[in-house]
Design a protein around this ligand. Structure first.
Ligand code: ZN
Length: 234
């Protein structure tokens, strides 16, 4: 699999710290289960976090009178992480298999192991719901503000133009699309923040299926998008 688009540093850090929403953590876990590069970066980020923690502990124990310049925000973040429960989708569980779960029934190799726990091993066996001609969805789960869902869009169709109030993570599972950011194909992840406005167009000759997670409602930029937003629940 030739992966060209990866997770950004802020997302990786939040994932390691366990501060992502459940849906976004599922997208990250799914991507790193098939991307050697991002998996290595997760391990490096974990090592940096561990080293920072060790340094803080040893500094405090060796010389309590020393003036240690540790950024208070960083300290609060580390302490907050220690207090938090383990994320539902943890690094260990996401990496336990390393490869799409070839043992699960009907696995076609397109469904990363962390996702197969939720939908099974075949994209063709998903109970798709029709949104409009050429658009289908399946909600993996809903969250307080965001959503985690599978989208299936027919060739030549495009998503209505929109921006974001928060972050949007998209993992391509089948097919491809192009937008203002670039072209995305199987294995690629689009890691977008609130600065990006885009209109993805399915540019291949097969359905584009992707796993999308948001942590805030989208910001549609056309009247039609705003009108149908309550229906799409994006
Ligand atoms: Zn990657």
């Amino acid at each position: 699999m030739n992966i060209n688009h990866h997770l950004d540093e802020a997302t990786l850090f939040s994932y390691v710290a366990g501060s992502l929403s459940q849906g976004m953590a599922l997208v990250v876990a799914s991507h790193i289960s098939i991307c050697d590069s991002c998996r290595e970066r997760v391990f490096e980020t974990e090592a940096i976090g561990g080293a920072l923690l060790n340094e803080m502990v040893s500094d405090n124990s060796s010389d309590s009178s020393a003036s240690v310049k540790v950024d208070e925000t960083a300290l609060e973040q580390v302490l907050a992480c220690l207090d938090e429960e383990e994320p539902t989708i943890s690094l260990d569980s996401s990496l336990s298999d390393g490869e799409p779960d070839a043992c699960s029934p009907g696995n076609t190799g397109e469904v990363p192991a962390p996702l197969s726990d939720y939908i099974g091993g075949s994209l063709d066996a998903v109970q798709w719901k029709r949104l409009s001609p050429g658009f289908y969805y399946f909600d993996v789960f809903k969250e307080q503000r965001g959503i985690c869902r599978l989208l299936k869009v027919a060739p030549g169709k495009s998503i209505l133009p929109h921006g974001h109030h928060g972050n949007e993570l998209t993992l391509l599972l089948r097919g491809s699309y192009a937008d203002e950011v670039g072209r995305f194909a199987q294995g690629d992840v689009a890691d977008l923040d609130d600065q990006i406005e885009h209109q993805p167009l399915v540019d291949g000759n097969e359905d584009c299926i992707c796993l999308v997670a948001t942590d805030s409602p989208l910001r549609f930029t056309t009247l039609l998008g705003k009108v149908i937003q309550p229906i799409t629940r994006f």
